[in-house]
Design a protein around this ligand. Structure first.
Ligand SMILES: [Zn+2]
Length: 217
């Protein structure tokens, strides 16, 4: 199997997982990977649960397609790759609990879950910009300089990774963190987040395990 064939199969697999877990509905969401000077990207208007490897669109680094019609969020993906040379995959989805928390103003960047601190990295939120717009792409590019996981106000979330499974894993963890946060709130919990020295230790663990980039220098 060539690298391209394997990556196309990986994107289709991630699409199935996103749909199966309810992190996208209908034809929502989009996934891309970088392969040298090209991108492989999910097509516009196709349900990710039933995506085939052949439907995936190849583009250049500016998002210009070699064939077919790439995701309408192509500008957001290309902006991420321009900003982060260490990123090889981008997942955009509409995880319902995480998106709901963002709409309700509930922060998801507070360190409550030990393993999420080590794998998710910091979670930031960018203000609302219209989906597919250059303004949204620019906001995401700024945010991704400092974070691997980004909430898009009134919209959804975007995660990045060194490969497509790492980016997908982060999206699923984000939704898990949001659900736990919701339960804590429902139970009226007022437990404090993890202390700063433990957060620092967990982040160092995440960096050592290759989950997080080393931003210490
Ligand atoms: Zn979206």
């Amino acid at each position: 199997m060539t690298d391209e064939a394997r990556l196309r199969a990986d994107i289709a697999e991630v699409g199935r997982r996103l749909y199966a877990r309810g992190l996208v509905a209908g034809a929502e969401g989009n996934v891309s990977v970088r392969l040298g000077e090209r991108l492989l990207m999910t097509p516009a208007g196709v349900c990710k649960g039933y995506l085939t490897a052949e439907q995936i669109v190849a583009t250049d680094l500016a998002g210009r397609p070699e064939n077919g019609r790439p995701s309408t969020e192509a500008p957001m993906h290309t902006a991420v790759y321009r900003q982060r040379s260490d990123v090889s995959a981008v997942v955009h989805a509409h995880p319902p609990t995480a998106t709901g928390c963002a709409v309700a103003g509930v922060r998801l960047d507070e360190p409550y879950l030990a393993e999420a601190v080590a794998t998710l990295g910091s979670v930031c939120i960018v203000p609302y910009r219209p989906p597919g717009s250059a303004e949204l792409a620019a906001s995401v590019a700024d945010a991704v300089a400092e974070a691997e996981t980004i909430l898009l106000a009134h919209h959804g979330a975007l995660t990045v990774g060194t490969d497509v499974f790492r980016a997908w894993e982060r999206m699923e963890t984000l939704e898990h963190v949001a659900r736990v946060r919701l339960v804590v709130r429902l139970l009226g919990g007022g437990a404090p987040p993890l202390p700063a020295d433990e957060v620092e230790r967990l982040i160092a663990q995440g960096v050592a395990a290759g989950y997080l980039p080393d931003r210490s220098n």
